[in-house]
Design a protein around this ligand. Structure first.
Ligand SMILES: [Cu+2]
Length: 119
C-alpha cells in the first residue's frame, strides 16, 4: 500500500468510528436485561438513544430451549419515537430472549439482545 492509500484508509476508519456513536443504541429495556420479573409483561419495551424506524425493526423472541415465541410487530411507543414496543403473548415462567434489530434515522442497522426471566 502506498502512502496516499494508507492515509485514506486511516481517514475512512476514523470516520466509521465517529459515525458509530450516532447509531441507535439500546439504552434501557423493560424488562431490563438480565432481570427476573414476578409479573409477565404484556409487551417488551426497547428504549434507544435516538429515533428508530419501526418498519425497519424486527424482533426474534425465544423462550426456554430456543423455542420461538410468536411476538407482535414492533411499533413506536405513543409520542416516543425512540422506543419500540413489542407485544408478547401471555408468558409462562421461564427464560426469554429478545434478539432485536433496528434502524436509526441515520440509516444504520444495529442489533442486540435482551434476556429476562419470568418467575
Ligand atoms: Cu449510524
Amino acid at each position: 500500500m502506498n502512502k496516499t492509500l494508507c492515509t485514506i484508509a486511516l481517514l475512512v476508519t476514523a470516520a466509521a468510528t465517529t459515525t458509530a456513536f450516532a447509531h441507535a443504541k439500546l439504552q434501557k429495556s423493560e424488562p431490563e436485561n438480565g432481570s427476573t420479573v414476578a409479573v409477565a409483561p404484556a409487551a417488551v419495551k426497547l428504549h434507544y438513544n435516538e429515533p428508530v424506524e419501526a418498519a425497519m425493526s424486527s424482533v426474534k423472541f425465544t423462550g426456554s430451549g430456543d423455542v420461538v415465541v410468536q411476538a407482535g410487530m414492533p411499533t413506536l411507543a405513543e409520542g416516543d419515537d425512540k422506543t419500540l414496543v413489542v407485544p408478547v403473548p401471555k408468558l409462562q415462567a421461564g427464560d426469554y430472549r429478545v434478539e432485536w434489530s433496528t434502524m436509526g434515522r441515520d440509516g444504520h442497522h444495529t442489533k442486540g439482545e435482551v434476556r429476562f426471566t419470568v418467575k
